[in-house]
Design a binder for this molecule. Structure first.
Ligand SMILES: C[S@@+](CC[C@H](N)C(=O)[O-])C[C@H]1O[C@@H](n2cnc3c(N)ncnc32)[C@H](O)[C@@H]1O
Length: 491
């Protein structure tokens, strides 16, 4: 695994610090994991998504990286995303002159492991310090910073409580989100913002969707019991495992009996109420989670549209595992002429699971908060409107469009639904959960301001009345991500 000079990747990934020298660390060592995780953190800081950054780093080893080593790298990189505000605050506090970025990122990863006492069981503090020093020493151009790394991390261990206490006074260090994000959540949800930010720093549960064509929740729970896996029902088709595990160890996963899908995301297909024979458009479909669910519920004629050809491939892969099929098309949902003939019949149902900030799913994608900018939100709002406007004429009279985002920002949720309702006199807003805030940490069930009264015409007067959801979410005890759902029927 140790890369020889001649084995350098021909074209290092964009995210990788191209100045890094050849790495000589045992791949099973914590030092190796810290080095790779630090590269991933550096890539995120330069704008790359964490999964893509990790993939690039693993691919840069021609001889491959063992699964266990990958697991350690991923674990450290994800932990660091959830603690990056504190880790960077500590580095700024303890290092007088800013170190080279790779050294700063190794320090950030080491701090992330040291801060979190729960992680001490997996990573003994003094081992973390020694291995961080090894990681720095393994890069000859940074070897000069070994002493600094050792001193800074040992100072942290000595003065841990005082330093962490001081860090609490800084909003970014305390919450581990950028300032604009903290402000936006506080403004939108003045009673819940702290729970919500804290929830985003937890790890989401592993929730499965039972394929209604193949099994039932009760039967699948029995199968799990036979495998000594404890789990509970978390929705109409949802089962939450008490302890996450790799998918290939989940009974029936490879055979398509179950899929991994958050309990909140599972409401989409249910809300669409598909029935045999319907023509359905899944307008922003990749990787096909909701596509698969729709096909499990009824025999429908489904177009799965996706603008990103690479991501679209995953729809086919997911459907293949489930033994189901759809017409997968590559195209822009905002330009129907690309994928829908004017002469083609309109759709009974359209699912508009539009691109959004993904601010509701940060616990599973903790890098998102560091990648988004405040200016992304208005741009996303515009894009969502463009897509909605293009799709509405394709809904047949009496048909329905479901607008979905995995966002907690009202601009992408209720405000967007109101904007749409105001523009279209032929749009009747039906029951839907509206804003579902993430529910980890036993937060109270909150439909939030946003659900529509049944069959109520969504005009300005009706909107003023709408304060709470009336849609019965199947299982309020479910631990789910943040979503927004609005359902419109065409007159
Ligand atoms: C929220 S994700 C969809 C998740 C998917 N529905 C699922 O459940 O697995 C949004 C998707 O929309 C795609 N997308 C973005 N802009 C689009 C557009 N203009 N037309 C079609 N798809 C688009 C993105 O590439 C992304 O795959």
């Amino acid at each position: 695994m140790t890369r020889k000079p001649s084995q350098r990747p021909a074209s290092p990934p964009r995210s990788r610090d191209t100045r890094l020298s050849t790495l000589h660390l045992a791949p099973e060592s914590l030092g190796f994991a810290l080095d790779c995780a630090a590269q991933a953190v550096g890539a995120v800081r330069q704008g790359a998504a964490l999964p893509a950054a990790l993939h690039s780093i693993f691919m840069s080893f021609p001889e491959g990286v063992a699964t266990s080593s990958r697991g350690a790298v991923q674990d450290i990189a994800y932990r660091t995303m959830r603690r990056l505000g504190t880790a960077e605050w500590l580095a700024a506090k303890l290092v007088r002159k800013a170190p080279p970025s790779h050294v700063a990122h190794v320090l950030a990863c080491a701090f992330a492991l040291l801060i979190d006492e729960a992680s001490n069981a997996a990573y003994a503090p003094f081992t973390v310090v020694d291995q961080a020093v090894n990681a720095i020493g393994a890069r000859r151009e940074y070897a000069f910073a070994k002493g600094l790394t050792n001193a800074v991390l040992r100072t942290f261990l000595r003065e841990r409580d005082g330093l962490l206490g001081d860090a609490q006074k800084d909003a970014v260090a305390h919450w581990n989100y950028p300032v604009w994000w903290i402000d936006a959540v506080r403004k939108a949800w003045p009673d819940a913002w702290q729970d919500m930010l804290a929830a985003g720093n937890s790890q989401g549960p592993l929730t499965l969707r039972v394929n209604a064509r193949r099994s039932t929740v009760d039967a699948y729970l029995q199968t799990l019991r036979e495998h000594q896996i404890s789990a509970t029902q978390a929705g109409q088709h949802a089962v939450r495992l008490d302890t996450p595990m790799p998918v290939d160890r989940i009974p029936g996963f490879n055979e398509g009996v179950v899929s991994v899908q958050d309990a909140g995301a599972q409401l989409a297909a249910q809300l669409l109420g598909v029935q045999d024979g319907m023509r359905v458009l899944d307008a922003c479909a990749a990787p096909g989670g909701k596509t698969g669910h729709l096909l499990e519920l009824a025999d429908i004629d489904l177009i799965a549209l996706e603008s990103d050809a690479t991501r679209a491939r995953r729809i086919g892969e997911n459907l293949q595992r489930l033994g189901l099929s759809a017409h997968v098309r590559i195209g822009d949902a905002g330009s129907p002429e690309q994928w829908h003939d004017a002469a083609d019949p309109p759709f009974d149902r359209i699912l508009a699971d539009v691109p959004c900030s993904a601010s509701g799913i940060v616990r599973r994608h903790p890098d998102i908060r560091w990648l988004r900018r405040a200016s992304d939100i208005p741009a996303l709002v515009e894009e969502q409107r463009r897509i909605l406007e293009a799709l509405w004429p394709r809904v047949k009279p009496g048909g329905e469009l479901l607008y979905v985002t995995c966002s907690i920002f009202p601009e992408e949720g209720e405000l967007q639904a109101q904007w749409f309702g105001n523009r279209h006199a032929d749009a009747v807003r039906l029951d839907a959960p509206g804003q579902m805030l993430p529910e980890a940490f036993g937060a109270p069930a909150r439909g939030a301001e946003g659900g529509a009264a049944s069959e109520a015409r969504h005009d300005a007067a009706a909107k003023a009345e709408v304060t709470a959801t009336v849609f019965p979410v199947p299982d309020r005890t479910a631990d789910h991500d943040g979503f927004f759902y609005a359902r419109f029927q065409k007159r």
